[in-house]
Design a protein around this ligand. Structure first.
Ligand code: BGC
Length: 921
């Protein structure tokens, strides 16, 4: 018999058919599809072949795993022949089901290796030569800055345009272009833009590691003359980033490095590289900067510059520099792309010269503008998240980020402008100098994001909660730009570690963020200080005397442990633990060395505390939340030790696991001694104090219930409102639910009075605000020095929506959703909730509804996984599945009654449960 299991969604290193990876032993994953219940894989066989033909002939000439008895279908490590640079590997898998019936082989998939060693790179770094930048003094003659009485200032040097042509004797059969830049690049071959990656090569610490991208360009080449063209910008490399609008963090001039490798039918190969044969000039991009914006003068366009036959005799030779020891690494995550086009909602005319465009959504990216007018007319676009009461844009909270794009018309019919090397966080666009009326379709919003595939959906019977979920997702997408950033609009946009750690689990519910975080964790590792400290931000930036970010504060540096742990939980990834194990161990030693008594009281560095909480003196002074900072730090230290113990266990380091477990117990004892009273009161008596102690298991068993009670009393004292900052907010609802207070979590969730998620939504939020009090009825805007309207941290409630409201959760003993917990909490103000989640093992779904006194729960459990389902019920007799008793339903077994719920063991498949509603326990 043939197995009723079909392997599908074959991925290598989390990506479908990745081009140009540099992992020596890549990991292979698949999911299994079946229309029957209770399906599992009992064995698999992977074939990896040099060619598609061999693979189709079932020949694994690179690797044939043979039949491996195992139910593992994720992270199978390639164990075949050593792989070469540029090698294409075709692969397929078949599986055996529980009855030992084999499936057919899957459809073929592939991966391709990038350039694996430094010697593979023959090109050199090229940039604008000295002769190319003259004649620029005229370009600012009549800019909008002058019209508005501002001082004209070059925001950045003009963008280099680099080109060379080359002749091929015949049309190649295959070609790969490997490209990177110190700065940002866009590349064209024979006039066609190569790939769709934006803001490439992405942000890393360019002093230690630079990513390159690989493109398949065979179809763009032909016999005869061909041309390569690259446009560059400073981007994260030499442009402004971080606060105080400093630039030149890693270097001062953008440069490109590229290599085009061509193969002919007879097996001959040829390379074209970046070298002294290239020529450069400046063109229409007068300046471009991530924070400041882009200035484009269409009169200076260079028509045909990236085509063969273009006369570049007026261009100057490029400057050429040798490669240094900095690592060139294959980009391992999804590129930044346009992920949506946003149509404006309203266009209003403020005066003769100014239109205000409302995109209807706080978004990240830029706009594409269509315009007709006379040569030299300038249209200026300024971007803002919010309007002032008089209808003008509010830009104070952008601080030094100018967020201004300018377009000077060529005067040749209808023109289209779209910047390439900047991005803005905005809902409103102020358009100055547009000739005539601005029709709504003249402008379109271009939403950009690291293109992490969406993996989750959540919706429920409350529209405000649905808006909250949308706000969380918009905030995530807009702030995941090569790295997880804090905010997209002001002069900051840094990879703050606390923001990332508190939001990581939520992020992984909404999207497949495995490749994205795997990449960012190398940024964190690159930024680890020699003494073992993880930083506050990664990639690390040097902000001089403004602030030293090299040694992470409590809850910030700890991301170096918590994010690998999260990836292990969500994706079952043990390699991420192995790769970062020593770094994590060094972080713990760093804290331990300075704090021999187990209380983390020294080395707090920037010590942000429960950032932006509303307790203590925090309302006036963001750093002064009521949660004692030593307590917060010690809780995180304990948590790190605990997670390390689990992670050591997961990779078989049993002695370490014991050692970290002992460390955890010692810290816990010190914590209890220092901060916990016999009556269960925790020092500071703040919500975050209780939340951390409960979440991180820092209380003696007999005090857990009373501490939870105190937390609830605290919430009650605040009129049933939360007061937590960044550090407490993500765990607040999970802790309350676990302690039996689901009803309290629903009160917090459904509030729309201050402070609450609902309050921001009632005031029009379309993303998560940085602060609970970003705007209040009483005092209007918070301090513009720190008031972003698109910061995801307070959106870390999102994981709770999936895990507890819809009820899809991980069993920590079987990470990667190999065994799934379905435990919806239906006793709140909702009558319906549903979520779906594309796990590494396939699609999981949970949808419940309370109607006419009955509770229904529909569940999808992917093949080759199992689940424990909790369904509210007075007794097991009251539960049915598709009209059958639980005993008669295939794939279901009753396990026990627990707290007013029937607990069922469920095999893979689709199920529809019904139960008469039981009273709450
Ligand atoms: C950032 C935060 C960050 C914090 C450190 C802020 O300016 O926007 O999100 O975590 O600084 O406290």
């Amino acid at each position: 018999m043939v197995a009723e299991l079909t392997p599908a969604w074959l991925r290598c290193e989390y990506l479908v058919d990745p081009l140009g990876i540099d992992v020596a032993h890549p990991r292979l994953s698949w999911m299994l599809e079946s229309s029957r219940r209770a399906q599992r894989q009992s064995a698999y066989q992977v074939l990896v072949a040099e060619s598609r033909e061999r693979l189709t002939a079932s020949e694994g000439d690179l690797w044939d795993s043979g039949k491996v008895p195992s139910d593992q279908s994720a992270h199978i490590v390639y164990a075949g022949d050593a792989l070469r640079s540029g090698q294409r590997c075709w692969w397929a898998v078949r599986v055996w089901d529980g009855e030992d019936n084999a499936s057919a082989y899957s459809a073929p998939a592939w991966w391709e290796m990038g350039l694996l060693c430094p010697e593979d790179w023959q090109g050199r770094w090229i940039g604008l030569g000295p002769g190319a930048i003259d004649g620029r003094s005229d370009v600012r003659a009549a800019g909008p800055a002058e019209r508005n009485g501002e001082t004209p200032r070059l925001l950045s040097p003009p963008s280099p345009y680099l080109r060379r042509s080359f002749t091929l004797a015949e049309t190649p059969v295959r070609a790969r272009l490997y490209v990177t830049a110190r700065g940002l690049y866009e590349i064209a071959l024979n006039g066609k833009r190569v790939g769709d990656a934006l803001l490439a090569p992405g942000w890393t610490d360019y002093r230690s590691r630079i990513q390159y991208q690989t493109y398949d360009v065979g179809h763009l080449l032909h016999a005869g003359e061909n041309a390569l063209g690259a446009v560059l910008s400073g981007g994260w490399y030499s442009g402004h980033l971080g606060f105080a609008a400093r630039d030149k963090h890693y270097g001062d001039q953008p440069q490109a490095l590229l290599q085009l490798r061509i193969a002919y039918a007879d097996g001959a190969t040829e390379v074209v590289v970046s070298d002294g044969a290239w020529r450069g000039t400046t063109g229409p991009i007068l300046s471009s900067d991530l924070l400041m914006g882009e200035e484009y003068d269409a009169r200076r366009a260079l028509p045909g510059w990236d085509m063969p036959g273009y006369d570049d005799s007026g261009w100057a030779p490029v400057s050429v520099a040798d490669r240094d020891a900095v690592l060139l690494v294959a980009d391992r995550a999804e590129p930044i792309r346009i992920i949506a086009d946003i149509t404006p909602r309203v266009v209003t005319r403020r005066d003769a010269d100014i239109h205000i465009v409302d995109m209807g959504q706080n978004m990240v990216g830029w706009v594409r503008l269509r315009v007709r007018g006379a040569a030299g007319m300038r249209v200026r676009l300024r971007f803002a998240e919010i309007l002032q009461p008089d209808g003008a844009i509010y830009t104070e909270n952008l601080r030094a980020a100018r967020a201004t794009d300018t377009y000077a018309l060529s005067g040749r019919g209808e023109e289209t402008f779209e910047p390439r090397f900047t991005f803005h966080g905005f809902r409103y666009v102020e358009v100055t100098g547009y000739p005539g009326d601005l029709a709504p379709d003249a402008l379109i919003g271009r939403m950009v994001s690291s293109d992490t595939p969406l993996a989750g959906t959540f919706a429920c019977s409350n529209e405000m909660v649905n808006q909250l979920q949308r706000n969380i997702v918009w905030g995530q997408r807009g702030n995941f730009l090569s790295i997880p950033t804090d905010c997209p609009q002001r002069d900051e946009r840094l990879g703050w570690l606390a923001d990332a750690q508190i939001f990581a689990r939520t992020a992984c519910c909404n999207a497949d963020a495995a490749a994205f975080f795997t990449k960012w964790l190398t940024d964190v590792a690159d930024a680890q200080a020699p003494d073992g400290a993880f930083p506050d931000v990664a990639p690390l930036v040097d902000l001089g005397d403004v602030i030293d970010l090299s040694h992470g504060a409590p809850a910030w540096g700890d991301a170096g442990v918590i994010v690998p742990w999260t990836l292990y939980q969500v994706y079952g990834d043990t390699r991420i633990i192995e790769r970062h194990y020593d770094g994590m161990a060094r972080w713990l030693s760093y804290i331990g060395a300075a704090n021999p008594d187990y209380l983390w009281v020294n080395e707090h560095r920037n010590n942000f505390g429960d950032w932006l909480a509303l307790d203590g003196d925090a309302v006036e002074n963001p750093g002064a939340s009521g949660t004692p900072k030593d307590l917060l730090a010690t809780a995180y230290y304990a948590y790190d030790a605990r997670l390390m113990a689990h992670m050591a266990q997961a990779i078989g380091r049993v002695d370490d696991a014991d050692r970290y477990d002992a460390l955890f117990r010692a810290i816990k004892a010190a914590f209890v001694g220092a901060y916990v009273s016999d009556n269960g009161q925790i020092a500071g008596d703040t919500q975050t104090g209780y939340v951390l102690a409960l979440h991180m298991d820092l209380l003696p068993v007999h005090l857990r219930a009373v501490a939870a009670r105190r937390l609830v009393e605290n919430i009650e004292r605040h009129g049933w409102h939360l007061t937590t900052g960044f550090v407490g907010v993500g765990y607040l609802c999970p802790v309350l639910t676990e302690a039996g207070y689901a009803d309290v979590t629903y009160r917090l969730l459904l509030n729309d009075t201050f402070p609450s998620w609902g309050y921001s939504i009632r005031h029009g939020a379309t993303t998560i605000w940085e602060r609970w009090d970003g705007w209040t009825d009483e005092r209007g805007f918070q301090d513009p020095g720190m008031n972003s309207f698109n910061h995801y941290s307070l959106g870390s409630v999102g994981e709770w929506l999936y895990r507890y409201v819809a009820g899809i959760d991980i069993d920590p003993e079987h990470p990667g959703y190999k065994h799934i917990l379905i435990r919806p909490q239906s006793d709140g103000g909702l009558t319906h909730a549903k979520a779906s989640y594309q796990s590494i093992h396939g699609m999981i779904a949970s949808e419940w509804r309370v109607k006419d006194g009955a509770f229904t729960l529909e569940v999808d459990i992917p093949a080759n996984t199992t689940a424990t389902v909790h369904i509210v019920a007075a007794d097991p007799i009251g539960v049915t599945e598709s009209g059958r008793t639980v005993d008669d339903a295939p794939g279901v077994a009753f396990v026990r009654m627990e707290s007013g719920h029937a607990v069922l063991a469920v095999q893979s498949g689709t199920y529809a449960f019904t139960s008469g509603l039981a009273a709450r326990p």
